[in-house]
Design a binder for this molecule. Structure first.
Ligand code: BGC
Length: 860
């Protein structure tokens, strides 16, 4: 076989550089002819001058174990793979992947946190972040040079006047006291003989900037801003020179006057220290740094990509508002910041205020609550003009109001975790396509190092419930496994000793509704359902192993709370949060009994843990949680399903939970529930009547009980509340409320009115799985179920997903009463086509075209 496998993938790294896994797992994809099957593989691992090959008889190609001694800190290896077919054929070698370990042992770290030593008022926003620098000499031929860097606060590094790396908002947000991420940079090309300088910018970020709502808090993780950086230069003669942050560094204030995630950044270019990170600069006025404490054991390598600028957007219009302001419209609600080019007098000031919406033609910042969302720049007055972008903030916005010199232009730069896009959907209905596009944009805007609820107001925290419902969609659209496995570790790290999962991770203080932390259904279930969802999509058993204790502890807690009757019917719950029938100021007061929701989730989580235990071979867990799941389902039905099949809460969410979590005892009971659900949807005029809990389940609950037509009616409804109502209002992201913008064109007066919340976009997973018809039938899409369910007048739909095995895809088209379905499977996978509830003969890799006459009955 001539075709080589792909470059090996190392764990879930886009760039396996500075990784923390000493025994990283390896995967590859293969594009072989359809009949070809892998029977074995050979891994070649080159470490220094040693070349070893490992021949393994196995048909597996995903997340295979590291076959030799663990990597040492800083060690590089080059990996190639070739595969052998069942027919004895052998491929060429794959292209190589270079992998390099970071600092794996706390003892590798000599860098200490350093920052400005001057007194600061910890309660003030006006704290100028420090610049820190160190000059050093280089002599000899350099083989390689690396910087390992992190910070208390945010950092950007420079060496000899050049920016190091292109990551932003690093080191991101983890549970800092326990896990502080560091990044590794190759800086070989930036060094030269003689004097060199390394310097760091610092910013407040999540570490000490204002964080939290109702005024929030400052200095949550410490009042200091400190850089942790360790430059290691390896010379041809075998010497290593280390320049690490220590008492020999100098600090000075820089041009950033103040900076914060919510409030924005103020910058005075007149205070720039020209050449401060270059050789020959005289650091007059700089003072010795203060050296702070950090246990190096808390420094962890990244498992996913950093935040980066991934797109630049030019304004689609420059608006003059009724009050005479200049407002740029970027045509898209996005997350990032502006880059301006301006020419004007020294001391002239540019002020940029951002918002997601206009009202009465003016920039409308009220939904941002206490986030000032304002950047400002004071010009140095350079005749050739000057360019600026804030460094340590991000905003959620479509519009930017700009005051300042006339000679100014601006672009928006989109920032988020630089995840690889892996999923696409299209269809014949432009409104549905826009809905899907809005989901993608809300995902981009809310995957900014951690998965957040919203990116614009004084909140932006890792609400566990939001991610729990959105994770399957997220895992289709982008490769989130590396990023979310880090966040799930933080979930486990923040879990209370009794198993309580916090409402949001990392935890920050909040008012009495959230303090002390109480266990809540749907939010806490992120500990069980999200690892399972990621496993289904990626086949990563290591992730299940890492999260099993956390998942089990959550279910054990709920089990204790529920007691012998297996009903979780005590305590505070959010229920079906944001059910549209709930009063605007009490989103938890929906139609569905909160304890019905809690008990349904208890059953689903018990089942998920039983399944995890089965995959991990933990027999006692299979038995215990399997029986528990059965018992809870039984208790749920006894308590919440009336003899005729109606439920105690006769609400769409109640039936969706019973069907979606498979809690009903028989096919007949499911069908009855589905029929009642369909009746309720019709009675509501196809308007949405579900909140965070019911919305991700309701279309599946309908389509899986033979009520496909109603599912489409619900999906395609345009009146408020519905998925398409915001689209008809020009939405470019998913809103927090069905009516964030009211039908009268005014912004919902509620204090919680975001225009960028992904939770209600979880319906995209149904678009992928049911409308287009692409579902993993075995973990990692090793087996695929192609089960399109055309309806709603659509004449075409398509979904494509770059799975761990390669691209899987389906497209269908209805022409003149004939349905044509084209499926695509990569090497290593199989699939079935299911058009009518009856799976076809297995399909092998390759492209298959199927034609059938339509008039199909709606089937589960
Ligand atoms: C957030 C949500 C979150 C909720 C919890 C809100 O303020 O924006 O998305 O899940 O609180 O009740």
């Amino acid at each position: 076989m001539a075709f080589p496998p792909s470059r090996p993938v190392v764990e879930h790294h886009r760039e396996p550089f500075g990784i923390g896994e000493a025994r990283p797992r390896i995967s590859w994809t293969i594009s072989a002819p359809p009949w070809w099957r892998q029977a074995g593989y050979e891994l070649e691992i080159v470490r220094g001058s040693e070349i070893r090959t490992h021949v393994v008889r196995s048909a597996e190609q995903i997340l295979l174990p590291w076959p030799e001694e663990p990597l040492a800190s800083r060690e590089r290896a080059t990996i190639r793979v070739r595969v052998e077919g069942a027919d004895g054929s052998r491929s060429e070698w794959s292209p190589p992947t270079e992998v390099e370990a970071g600092l794996l042992d706390p003892a590798d770290w000599s860098a200490r946190p350093v920052g400005g030593a001057w007194p600061e008022d910890p309660d003030s926003d006006d704290r100028r972040p420090a610049l820190v620098r160190r000059a050093f000499d280089v002599s000899g031929e350099i083989v390689s040079a690396r910087v390992y860097a992190s910070a208390h606060g945010l950092y950007e590094l420079e060496i000899n006047g050049a920016r190091v790396g292109d990551d932003a908002l690093s080191p991101g947000w983890t549970v800092y006291p326990k896990r502080l991420r560091y990044y590794t940079y190759d800086v070989t090309a930036l060094l030269r003989g003689g004097e060199n300088v390394i310097g760091g910018w610092l910013g407040d970020g999540w570490y000490r900037g204002r964080l939290g709502w109702r005024g929030g808090f400052r200095n949550l993780f410490g009042p200091d801003l400190s850089l942790i950086a360790q430059l290691e230069i390896h010379y041809a003669d075998g010497r290593t020179q280390t320049v690490a942050t220590d008492a020999d560094w100098l600090a000075a204030t820089g041009p950033i006057v103040r900076t914060g995630n919510y409030d924005g950044e103020d910058y005075d270019a007149r205070d720039e220290r020209a050449g401060w990170s270059s050789a020959g600069y005289d650091p007059v006025g700089w003072t010795p740094v203060a050296v702070r404490q950090r246990d190096p054991a808390t420094l962890v390598a990244p498992t996913g990509p950093p935040v980066r600028c991934t797109e630049e957007i030019t304004p689609v219009a420059v608006l003059a508002t009724p009050s005479g302001k200049r407002v740029l419209d970027f045509g898209q609600n996005l997350v990032g910041r502006l880059r301006i080019r301006v020419r004007g007098e020294r001391g002239a000031k540019v002020v940029i205020r951002t918002a997601e919406v206009l009202q009465d033609g003016e920039l409308y910042q009220r939904p941002l609550r206490d986030a000032r969302s304002t950047d400002s720049y004071v010009l140095a007055g350079r005749p050739e003009g000057e360019e600026w972008e804030p460094r340590f903030t991000f905003h959620g916005f479509r519009y930017a109001e700009i005051e300042g010199p006339d000679d100014l232009d601006a672009i928006a730069r989109v920032y988020h975790s630089d995840l690889e896009r892996t999923g696409w959907f299209s269809c014949s209905d432009p409104l549905l396509e826009r809905l899907h596009e809005n989901v993608v944009w809300s995902m981009r805007g809310n995957f900014v190092d951690i998965p957040t609820d919203c990116p614009q107001r004084d909140e932006r925290v890792g609400w566990t419930g939001d991610l729990q419902v959105f994770a399957p969609t997220a895992a289709f659209l982008h490769d989130v496994t590396g990023m979310l496995s880090s966040w799930l570790r933080d979930v486990a790290a923040e879990q209370l000793p009794d198993g309580t999962v916090p409402w949001y991770v990392p935890v920050i203080p909040a008012h009495e509704m959230w303090t002390p932390i109480r266990p809540g259904a749907a939010w806490g279930d992120v500990a069980t359902l999200t690892p399972w969802a990621l496993y289904e999509r990626t086949g990563d058993t290591g992730l299940l192993e890492a999260q099993y204790e956390s998942a089990r502890a959550w279910v054990d807690l709920v089990d204790r709370l529920a007691g012998d009757d297996h009903l979780w019917n005590t305590g505070f719950q959010l229920g079906d949060w944001l059910d549209p029938s709930a009063p605007p100021d009490d989103p938890a007061a929906g139609m569905t009994d909160k304890y019905l929701v809690a008990t349904a989730y208890f059953a689903a989580s018990s089942r998920a843990v039983a399944r995890m235990a089965a995959v991990l071979g933990r027999e006692e867990g299979v038995d215990r949680y399997g029986k528990l799941a059965d018992a809870v389902a039984e208790a749920f039905c006894a308590a919440y399903v009336l003899p005729g099949g109606r439920m105690v809460s006769d609400s769409q969410t109640a039936y969706s939970l019973a069907i979606g979590f498979d809690l009903l005892p028989s096919a007949q009971a499911r069908a009855t529930a589905g029929a009642r659900l369909a009746e309720l949807v019709a009675a509501a005029g196809n308007r949405i009547a579900t909140g965070f809990v019911g919305t991700p389940l309701v279309t599946d609950a309908l389509s899986s009980t033979g009520e496909l037509t109603t599912a489409y009616d619900l999906l395609l409804e345009r009146e408020c509340p519905s998925w398409l109502y915001p689209v008809t209002q020009g939405a470019t992201t998913i809103w927090e409320r069905w009516d964030s913008l009211l039908p009268d064109g005014r912004v919902n007066p509620g204090s919680m009115t975001s225009f960028n919340h992904y939770a209600l976009g979880a319906v995209a997973d149904w678009l992928h799985r049911v409308v287009a018809g692409l579902t993993p039938a075995a973990p990692g899409y090793r087996e695929v179920r192609f089960a399109p369910r055309p309806g709603g007048g659509l004449t075409r739909a398509e979904a494509r997903h770059r799975s761990p095995y390669g691209m899987v895809g389906i497209s269908w088209e209805l022409v003149d009463g004939e349905l044509t379905v084209v499926t695509e499977l990569p090497t290593g996978t199989t699939g079935v086509l299911d058009l009518d509830g009856e799976p076809s003969q297995p399909l092998g890799p390759g492209t298959h075209r199927h034609r059938v006459a339509v008039g199909l009955p709606a089937v589960p």
